[in-house]
Design a protein around this ligand. Structure first.
Ligand SMILES: Cc1cc2nc3c(=O)[nH]c(=O)nc-3n(C[C@H](O)[C@H](O)[C@H](O)COP(=O)(O)OP(=O)(O)OC[C@H]3O[C@@H](n4cnc5c(N)ncnc54)[C@H](O)[C@@H]3O)c2cc1C
Length: 202
């Protein structure tokens, strides 16, 4: 059983995983079992080129971010389970949390974060009730969001990135993933607001 399982290894999913992972020294987070289904094949990062993102060298490709993001997570935070080469097909609700069914396996988790992007090719069963036309994208593009309030769909179920209803910009999608991570950490910290900062020694 995972405590938190993130679905999608793009901008929002990887950012959410990095922030959750970085809380490992905090007592309320250090025994948590966290995973990410790091599917990247259909990420919008695959074809993106970045010149307008603070902190990224102009000319950085989205494809390189996908690769480096997974490596950063594995190197700094090996306690996070990265599940490769699996695509989520269905989410089933249970009393203990959620069952996440992929094309190869099935996992259970108390908390699930959906970060699979906002295309209408969305095929995860069990979430249909929350799908609506995207509120901040051109209507002719047929984008969707999962209806939510501040990223929360219902108890234990969060959405992050473009699928949460945000416009498609890298910084916004990453920020959305980080936001969800701090909400989960705050929940684990009995409602006390939480953030994770590293600092230089002075
Ligand atoms: C061509 C192009 C150029 C761009 N240029 C810029 C730019 O210059 N500046 C800027 O700020 N932004 C730019 N963007 C936008 C930016 O790339 C997106 O806003 C960002 O990638 C959205 O992040 P996300 O996490 O919501 O979705 P994504 O990054 O698309 O991630 C979704 C992830 O979910 C995975 N997934 C999908 N279905 C499943 C499933 N069933 N099970 C498991 N995983 C699944 C996908 O493989 C993918 O890894 C560009 C986008 C494109 C397409």
């Amino acid at each position: 059983m995972f405590d938190a399982l993130i679905i999608g290894g793009g901008a929002a999913g990887l950012s959410c995983a990095l922030v959750l992972a970085s809380a490992k020294e905090k007592p309320f987070a250090n025994n948590k079992h966290i995973g990410i289904i790091a599917h990247q094949k259909t990420s919008h990062l695959q074809t993106a080129l970045f010149n307008n993102v603070l902190g990224l060298k102009p000319g950085t490709t989205g494809a390189s971010i996908l690769k480096k993001g997974k490596k950063q997570l594995a190197t700094l935070y090996p306690h996070i389970e990265q599940i490769e080469k699996e695509k989520v097909k269905e989410i089933i609700y249970s009393n203990d949390g959620f069952e996440v069914v992929t094309n190869k396996n099935s996992y259970t988790s108390k908390i699930v974060v959906i970060a699979v992007g906002y295309t209408n090719l969305f095929t995860i069963k069990g979430l249909d009730a929350y799908i609506e036309p995207h509120p901040r994208a051109e209507a002719e593009k047929d984008r969707i969001w999962l209806k939510n309030t501040d990223h929360k769909i219902k108890d234990g179920l969060y959405v992050a990135g473009t699928l949460a209803g945000w416009r498609s910009q890298f910084a916004i999608a990453s920020g959305s993933g980080a936001h969800v991570a701090t909400d989960i950490l705050t929940l684990w910290n009995d409602g006390k607001h939480t953030k994770v900062h590293d600092k230089i020694d002075v």
